[in-house]
Design a protein around this ligand. Sequence first.
Ligand code: ASP
Length: 347
Amino acid sequence: MENSNLSSVLLIYTGGTIGMIQNSETGALESFKFDKLIENVPELKRFNYRIDSYQFSSPIDSSDIEPTAWSKLVQVINDNYDSYDGFVVLHGTDTMAYTASALSFMLEDLHKPVVLTGSQLPIGMLRTDGKENLITSIEIAAARNDDGTPVVPEVCIFFENHLLRGNRTTKINAENFNAFRSYNYPPLATAGINIKYERDRIAKPDFTKPLKPHYACDTNVIVLTLFPGLQENIIRNILNTPGLRAVVLKTYGAGNAPQKPSFIKLLREAIERGIVIVNVSQCLAGTVQMRLYETGLRLLDAGVIGGYDSTVECLLTKLMFLLGQNKSSQEITELMKIPLAGEFTLE
Ligand code: ASP
C-alpha cells in the first residue's frame, strides 16, 4: 500500500545538456530518453520519496523552447498538482531563466515548489554537475516545514549549490558550473553539508488559494538595446512593426537614454499608439531610477515605465503573460508597476 506520508516529487524532463549524449559521428550533443538519464543516477533509489517522471514527447535543446512548452509545463503541473509535494523540471540552461520567469506568472497562486535545474555537462559524463543538481533539487522540492507546508513554495532555479528565485535569475556563464546569478535578490537557499534555507526571503503564499493556471502568451514583444550610434530609422521601423504590443528598452546605467527630442518623440508616439515600453538597465545589478537624471526624466515624461531591478527575461515573459490575458495597454502599464511574483524590488 502507498504510504501517504512519503514525500512525492514529479520529475519533468524537457531536455537540455543534462540528458544529452555525444553523437559518435558528428561529435554534437543530442538528447536521449529519460530512462537512460535515470539509469545514470542510481542514487535516486536511495531517496525515501515517491519519485515519478514525465517526459516531453521529444526532449529539446532549450534554445528551441517556445511559449507552447511553457503552456505544456503549466498543464503537466496543474494536472498533477494534488498528487505531488513538489515538481522538478529538468531543462536546458540556455533559456532556463525565461522558462522560470514565465512559469512564475503562469502558475498564479502557486504554493508548491517548482524547481528548475539542468547541467553544463551531460549526466553520463564522469565530471558531470548534473547529478548533484538533480539530487539536491529533488530534496528541495520535497522539503516540508513542521506544519506540512512546503519550504520553498515558488518557482526557482537550483544550480551549483544555490537556490535562486526563478524570475530574478540570469544565465551568465557558458562554461562554468556556477552558471546562474540573481544579482538583485539574494539566494533562497545554499547547499553545503546541509541545505540552508533563508526563510525570510522565500515567498509566503496563501495556502488556502487554489492554483490558477494560465496558458496563453502573446509574443508581440521585442527587446531593444540602446547603443551609441543606434539609428533612428531602425528604431522607427521596429516601433512600427505591425502587431507590436510591447518593448523592453535596454537603457544605460540607472535607466538613462539619449535626450534627443527626435528619439523621445519616437517613443512617445509609439506609446500613444498603445505600445507598452518598459525601461530596464543594461547593467546586471542595480535598479532603474528614472528621476535620477534628466535623461531618465525625459523617458518618464514620454510614458516609459520603469522596470525597477527586474531581469530582461522577467520583463519579457511578464509582458507576454499579461498580453496573453488580453489586457489593455493601460491595464498592463499598471500591472508592470506591481510585483506579481516577487519579480522586482519596490523601493
Ligand atoms: N544548449 C543546451 C540547452 O540549453 C545547454 C544546456 O543545457 O546547458 O538545452
